[in-house]
Write a protein that binds this ligand. Structure first.
Ligand code: AP5
Ligand code: MG
Length: 212
């Protein structure tokens, strides 16, 4: 039986990096609201148009719209045995709505893993992040260099410019960080240090703290 997991952490903490691997090894879906929004943006859908300004400026998409998207996704059959939520919830109202929504299905979040990374490391990582527009693979010019043959096609996220990274961090501390205490109160919080260690080592620390 898979777990229902929330990954917490500032922008650039490594949520996406870890979630991709966890999903693969645990055989449960990786649900990233950021990835869903960016895909819709690229494809020019109605949702993409609605969220474009928020994403590019690094502001949060309104809670109600975000929760609607996640509620739809969680009702798909592949979520029956667990999932990894990455980048959601991101505010207290979102966390509360998720709890209520799951309660109606007789479910609850079993682990909220908080990946802690200091601000200076975040800024260094995000400004060097690049991704492959075809495969979605994420690299880092400093910490996880891409193979040279694909270097030319890599792109930088619009919100990874230095000014936008600062405002995303400010939004994180103001609106998102309080949900760490929310999950602590529910008894499911697991803290994992996310800096000064390789993605492999951090992956192992996450596996170590998950309920068996
Ligand atoms: P989202 O896509 O969720 O962005 P984020 O939270 O800002 O997080 P990131 O994707 O930037 O970082 P990450 O933690 O996934 O790190 P990664 O693994 O890539 O959201 C984007 C936007 O969508 C929001 O600003 C908002 O507008 C909207 N949105 C999304 N969800 C929302 C919600 N719930 N409510 C409202 N709005 C929402 O790693 C970062 C870099 O570091 C990479 O280059 C990686 O290679 C490198 N790296 C990873 N691990 C290590 C390591 N151990 N050592 C060295 N480098 C590492
Ligand atoms: Mg991410």
């Amino acid at each position: 039986m898979g777990l229902k997991i929330v990954l917490l952490g500032a922008p650039g903490a490594g949520k996406g990096t870890q979630a991709v691997r966890m999903a693969q090894e645990m055989g449960i879906p990786h649900i990233s609201t950021g990835d869903i929004f960016r895909k819709n943006l690229r494809e020019g859908t109605e949702l993409g148009q609605k969220v474009q300004e928020y994403l590019n400026s690094g502001a949060l998409v309104p809670d109600e719209l975000t929760c609607e998207i996640v509620a739809d996704r969680l009702q798909e059959p592949d979520c029956a045995n667990g999932y990894i939520l990455d980048g959601f919830p991101r505010s207290l109202p979102q966390a509360e709505m998720l709890t209520e929504f799951l309660a109606k299905l007789g479910q609850k979040i079993e682990a909220a893993v908080n990946i802690a990374v200091p601000d200076d490391v975040i800024v260094e990582r995000l400004t060097a992040r690049r991704s492959d527009p075809e495969t979605g693979a994420v690299y880092n010019l400093k910490f996880n260099p891409p193979p040279p043959e694909i270097a030319d096609k890599l792109i930088q996220r619009e919100d990874d410019k230095p000014e936008t990274v600062k405002s995303r961090l400010a939004t994180y501390y103001e609106t998102t960080e309080p949900i760490i205490a929310y999950y602590d109160k529910q008894g499911v919080l697991k803290n994992v240090p996310g800096a000064d260690a390789s993605p492999d080592e951090i992956y192992q620390s996450i596996i170590d703290v998950l309920p068996k």
